[in-house]
Design a protein around this ligand. Sequence first.
Ligand SMILES: Nc1ncnc2c1ncn2[C@@H]1O[C@H](COP(=O)(O)OP(=O)(O)O)[C@@H](O)[C@H]1O
Ligand SMILES: [Mg+2]
Length: 274
Amino acid sequence: MLVMIVFDKVSFTYGENLILKEISLKISPGELVAIVGPNGSGKSTLVKHINGLLLPTDGEVTIDGLNTKTKEHLWEIRSRVGIVFQNPENNLVASTVEEDVAFGPENLGYPPEKIVASVKKALQAVGMEQFSKRPIQMLSGGQKQKVALAGALALGSKYLILDEATSMLDPQGQQELLSVILKLNKEKLLSVIMVTHNIEEAALASRIIGISEGRIAFDGTPREIFSNSDLLEEIESELPEVTKLGYRLESRGLNLKNPVLSEDELVKRLCCSI
Ligand SMILES: Nc1ncnc2c1ncn2[C@@H]1O[C@H](COP(=O)(O)OP(=O)(O)O)[C@@H](O)[C@H]1O
Ligand SMILES: [Mg+2]
């Protein structure tokens, strides 16, 4: 069985409008993928195909070999693929943290001992175990997003989709959620697919996919993408500030082995080049 997400020539129309145009791609377990592109380019439409919230008009999406068009596979697909949306208010359903995280496993009919254990483990994984009895409305936006993440983990998700999940949070909430996501990807071998407007956030991924007008404009590592600024222009985006600084220093005669992806990297290369 093929263990990965596969889009095979996926097209999707809303009414008359062709929104996704023959998208083909594969995402393997453990990857950390950023999806970037202008507003309205089709990013949310694309990721909603991964857990069968939307079905292709043409082409196929398979998750670990399970076709999203096969109704009997839908629950299995939804437990493998967790999704966290932009607005923290829309991701949660129950009144307390532990009830919310237990909601998915309860609906799947897990036995009570298994539910208790999976809720505990999931809350630990996102660093929210001390808040388990807390009413949801007392949490900050960032904490709500972490509880939504725990909900996906409690279901045993292998693939996590974050559709601009950090964009409504304050900088501290963004930072905290991101570090939990990176940790989960690194330690638990979860695949993470994050739609983001923030190119600095995309630079943390192992792969960046650019979407423009429903097509894949580019697909590569941050270093590959940031070596060619024309690619980012195509999606109305720009290089991260630290990467721009690296190029500016190069134009002043410093050999930095551009592009640089982070402040740490810039500091290391500056130390080596002096
Ligand atoms: N429910 C809908 N009905 C009709 N058109 C929609 C619907 N949702 C999105 N669209 C259209 O599909 C296109 C892609 O939207 P979306 O996937 O949300 O883009 P993005 O997430 O990149 O901003 C846009 O032109 C949008 O207007
Ligand atoms: Mg969107």
